[in-house]
Design a protein around this ligand. Structure first.
Ligand SMILES: Nc1ncnc2c1ncn2[C@@H]1O[C@H](COP(=O)(O)OP(=O)(O)OP(=O)(O)O)[C@@H](O)[C@H]1O
Ligand SMILES: [Mg+2]
Length: 354
């Protein structure tokens, strides 16, 4: 029996990736299918900036490199721009990277055939795939066209040639697993516009949202996944051949205030844990109250389109002056409370007005 179930992968990923259960569930199943040699769907992740696309890819990559069976998984993670800039063309660089990985995974004793077998079952993460659109408005984008073609070649070709130690070898790359992701910023805007105008649906009306901290604001109940059509992706500049190679398109969630407050404290390398470590070095125990946490998440959620990245800026305002002299006057404990957060926020508003 295969020692790794999709659920095990999911449980592991959940420690680092919060609020995106659907996406990590889908990836967990695809990865396990692929590892057992079953056909697995290629996945395209679409999500706003700071919603966790890169975090997800990195988490899966780390997991695969660490776990027992995963240790045998041959994984590469690249930025789509690399494909556009590659002179050799058609993903040769990517295949070269997989080949080098195979050598270090399988050791010196492995034959060329075995190494190429490992390349053929590689798992490839391609980030910022929205940057390789084939056109921008009505202008063709040559770099994007080249990169989409390179990827297509890899995804469907049973005989791709590349160089290994000065020799040309060929590999069947059609069985590799591809997980790609991008923010598709204009896509969000154009679909939103369609939704607001009500071109093919009822126009959307703002709703009143009450935040965890009791503040009230108006928001459009817009969820990209409810409105997105294949056509939108074509118009964005992803060619139909390209998009049709992704059997699974997952639109990530916009992170809620609750997700943001969990992201701020829970993951191993969370912003708060990292800050705590800094203070520990000076013998200071950094604490935070529930109210402060809620206030930080609320402030971050108000900064549109930054997703969890907004947490960093919000927190910097609170922590900046404390970092300068951590054990000022010999203090052993610092507790960040709601008042401290609120006063740092009001400083910002003052600064912006000036
Ligand atoms: N779902 C999430 N779970 C945990 N941490 C997250 C999540 N989303 C974002 N983060 C945190 O926010 C930061 C930015 O996230 P990430 O780089 O994954 O965004 P992205 O979706 O790739 O954005 P972009 O489109 O701008 O590349 C990361 O450092 C990570 O710590
Ligand atoms: Mg990213």
């Amino acid at each position: 029996m295969f020692p790794l179930r999709p659920k095990d992968v999911f449980d592991e990923l959940q420690k680092t990736v919060l609020g995106q259960d659907e996406a990590i569930r889908e990836i967990s199943v695809a990865v396990v299918k692929h590892l057992v040699g079953h056909p697995a769907p290629n996945i395209l992740l679409i999500g706003n900036s700071g919603s966790g696309k890169t975090t997800i890819m990195r988490a899966v990559e780390h997991f695969l490199m660490r776990s027992g069976v995963g240790g045998l998984a041959n994984v590469v993670r690249i930025n789509a721009n690399v494909l556009a800039e590659e002179r050799a063309g058609y993903g040769k660089l990517l295949l070269g990277r997989l080949y080098d990985n195979a050598k270090s995974l399988m050791g010196a004793g492995a034959s060329r055939q075995e190494l190429l077998g490992s390349v053929a079952s590689g798992i490839v993460f391609i980030d910022e795939v929205d940057k390789i659109r084939a056109n921008v408005g009505s202008q063709p984008n040559v770099r994007g066209i080249v990169a989409q073609e390179a990827l297509l070649t890899l995804m469907e070709n049973e005989n791709v040639e590349f160089e290994v130690e000065g020799e040309t070898v060929s590999v069947n790359s059609s069985g590799m697993l591809f997980v790609t992701g991008g923010a598709f910023e204009d896509l969000y805007d154009s679909v939103l516009r369609r939704a607001v105008i009500g071109q093919d649906v009822q126009p959307m009306k703002p709703v009143v949202v009450v935040s965890a901290s009791g503040e009230v604001r108006e928001e459009l109940p817009f969820q990209l996944r409810e409105y997105l059509k294949y056509d939108d992706l074509f118009r964005y500049g992803m060619t139909p051949q390209f998009i049709s190679r992704f059997e699974s398109i997952v639109v990530l969630n916009d992170l809620t205030e609750k997700d943001l407050s969990r992201i701020f404290v829970e993951p191993d390398a969370s912003i708060f844990r990292t800050s705590r470590e800094y203070f520990t070095r000076f013998g200071v125990d950094l604490q935070i109250t529930r109210g402060a946490l809620v206030a930080i998440a609320w402030d971050a959620s108000r900064q549109k389109r930054l997703g969890a990245r907004a947490l960093r800026e919000t927190f910097r305002r609170v922590i900046r002056h404390l970092e300068f002299d951590p054990n000022d006057g010999g203090q052993r404990v610092i507790t960040i409370d709601e008042e401290m957060v609120k006063s740092s926020m009001s400083n910002r508003e003052g600064a912006l007005k000036r």
